[in-house]
Design a protein around this ligand. Structure first.
Ligand SMILES: [Ca+2]
Length: 126
C-alpha cells in the first residue's frame, strides 16, 4: 500500500456514517444483508439437492430400459454387467432419494427456530 491510500476494511463498509462504531441501524443493515445472503445460499443448496436427487431418481427409473436397450442392441455382455450392479445401484439411488425427503422434512422443522444474527429492534420507535 502506498502513502495516501486508505485501506477499506469490511468494518469501514459497515460503518456507513464513519463515526468509528457500528450503530444499531448499521448493525440492522448488516443483519439484513446476512439474511439475504443466507436465503440465496439456501436457495442454491436446495436447487443443487433437488437436481442431484432428480438425476438419481431418473437413473433408477431408466435402469430397466437401459438393460433392455443394451440387450436389444446386441450388447449381451453389457446387459449382463449392468444387471449385475442393478441391486447395488437401486439401493444406493433410493437411499439418496429417501435421504433427500427425510432431511427436507427435518430441516423444514429446524429452520423455523434459527437465524444467524439477530435483528436489533430497539432503535425502532414504538
Ligand atoms: Ca457508524
Amino acid at each position: 500500500m502506498q502513502d495516501g491510500e486508505i485501506a477499506v476494511t469490511e468494518f469501514d463498509k459497515a460503518d456507513t456514517n464513519g463515526n468509528g462504531s457500528i450503530d444499531r441501524n448499521e448493525w440492522n443493515r448488516l443483519a439484513l444483508e446476512d439474511r439475504r445472503l443466507e436465503m440465496v445460499d439456501k436457495d442454491l443448496k436446495r436447487n443443487a439437492e433437488r437436481r442431484f436427487t432428480g438425476f438419481a431418481l431418473a437413473g433408477m427409473l431408466m435402469y430397466p430400459l437401459i438393460i433392455l436397450f443394451a440387450s436389444m442392441m446386441g450388447f449381451d455382455k453389457a446387459a449382463t454387467l449392468i444387471t449385475d450392479i442393478a441391486s447395488v445401484y437401486v439401493i444406493a439411488a433410493s437411499g439418496v432419494v429417501a435421504a433427500f425427503m427425510g432431511f427436507n422434512a427435518y430441516s423444514a422443522k429446524a429452520d423455523k427456530k434459527k437465524a444467524s444474527i439477530q435483528y436489533d429492534d430497539r432503535s425502532e420507535t414504538k
